[in-house]
Design a protein around this ligand. Sequence first.
Ligand code: 13P
Ligand code: SF4
Length: 305
Amino acid sequence: MCNDVQVLQEEIRHLLRQKNAILLAHYYQRDEIQEIADFLGDSLALSMNAARTKADVIVFAGVHFMAESAAILCPEKTVLLPRLKAGCPLADTITAEELETARKQYPDAAVVTYINSSAAVKAKSDIICTSANAVRVVNSIKDRNRILMVPDGNLARYTARFTDKEIIPWRGFCPVHHYVTPDEVKAVKAHHPGAKFAAHPECTEEVLALADFIGSTTGIIRYARETDAKEIIIGTERGVMYQLRMQNPNKTFILASERLFCETMRSITLEDVRDALEEMKHIITVPAAIAAPAKKALDRMLEIS
Ligand code: 13P
Ligand code: SF4
């Protein structure tokens, strides 16, 4: 029996074929979008996939910086963001002007910028990283001992554990992960004494101290598959629960906090995806003067990934 969701999904599949388009979706997207994505992934895998797709059109079910990264990596393709207002509050915690000022303050530091940032900020960076490769990226820098890591302070402090370099963290944070409290995690652990806790490095140091595993969304999904534990507490946005439950029907997943909800990621609907394809909107472009240096920083990351 067909319901409205299936009808919309079928319409989208048809439009994707008709326009030689590919639907890329982040693990934080709604279940019904994940169900029909051509490719699902964390920020690193999505960038890598965008860089090598043969499709003419990329529909990016994710937030603005993700579509912008795809537009930078594939200037010859049309990149559509189904909901223009789907931004990332973490990316908004630093502007290109602020980074310029910080660079002057730390002239001997290399700038490692989290992919959760605007194209203009990427353009002023030495290299980009994601949560999946931050340690590798920082340790790949051979000619500097000081690293200014922007914009996520929590990821910067976590990365500092795995390098001899001095890490200078920016003050930004992801509100979804940052506001999970150690007390919330301890309370969930108390209810599930045998459970393991897997957390994203965008969480605070105090929350990460309680974790059995720390990693990107792909890392958490892999850990959940490989661990012998039957109960796993999840310290990242609730969208990953869809993959976790699909891949592990015999395991139980519990969210570490009810606050693990990214409003902008989840604002994208199937209707938005359908309308984006039908009307070829919203086309994301990056001016050449910004795209060229931003691509250099992204390419440096992809070369070592
Ligand atoms: P990853 O999927 O790369 O772990 O990133 C998490 C995130 O916050 C994306 O916005
Ligand atoms: Fe940005 Fe956090 Fe939402 Fe990811 S989860 S898009 S970092 S606000």
